[in-house]
Design a protein. Structure first.
Length: 229
């Protein structure tokens, strides 16, 4: 359904590690001005901050997708000494809250999860076998990425890096961070750059970035899993 056939280039915008009052609200304003859909992969502790839950509700009300990006973003599932405990604490603990935000109330709804990859490094610390089984059993869709301009480090230059990546990829999943780094001040320039090269911003994800879809394993996660899972 969501193939990657040649044609007009596409971009899926994603924002991780928020919501952040004073930042996410400005991001939502910019997205609205450009009529650009996005997915916000929210962190449980950020939702608990004053104003955090309201921002996530606003994002959902404005048509953006809400995904689960762990409860604390402090522990990689594949690096946990207690893998079962990590699944309970980092995924299950806030599952209901994320479902309510995302409007998931039917078996057909897509429950999105993005793991903590510690600086975007996709290695065997990303998952444990226990986490993979849980995501499958609970019908998650796991959304990874193929464009990481490291905006939290390259706060002034990330736009150039991202546009260069997008220009050579048929369908890019871009990871940005709605955090208080100053990087989001450049979001209008990025969206303007996408328009200038006639890239379509879409809400869906390419198959190559969905190793698990509705609980079904789409391709191997052995390179991202610590163990035999």
């Amino acid at each position: 359904m969501f193939g990657e056939e040649a044609g007009r280039r596409r971009v899926t915008l994603t924002f991780d590690n928020g919501p952040t009052p004073g930042i996410t609200d400005k991001v939502l304003d910019v997205l609205a001005a450009h009529r650009a859909p996005a997915t916000f992969f929210v962190v449980g502790t950020q939702l608990q901050q004053p104003g955090g839950l309201d921002l996530a509700r606003r994002a959902a009300a404005e048509g953006h997708r809400i995904g689960h990006h762990t409860a604390t973003h402090t522990l990689q599932l594949g690096a946990a000494e207690d893998p079962e405990g990590a699944v309970a604490a980092e995924i299950a603990a806030i599952e209901y809250d994320i479902d309510m935000l995302a409007g998931i109330n039917e078996a057909e709804s897509e429950r999105l999860f993005r793991p903590n990859a510690a600086g975007g490094v996709l290695d065997k610390h990303v998952f444990s076998p226990q986490a993979v089984r849980y995501l499958q059993q609970h019908r998650y869709t796991c959304a990874l990425w193929n464009c990481l301009p490291r905006d939290w480090e390259n706060t002034e230059t990330w736009v150039d890096h991202a546009l260069a990546d997008v220009a050579r990829t048929n369908w890019s999943v871009v990871v940005l961070h709605d955090l208080d780094t100053g990087a989001m001040d450049r979001l209008p320039a990025f969206l303007g750059g996408l328009a200038a090269i006639d890239v379509e911003i879409v809400p869906d994800f390419p198959d190559s970035c969905l190793p698990i879809r509705h609980g079904q394993l789409q391709h191997s996660l052995s390179h991202l899993t610590n163990g035999d899972g």
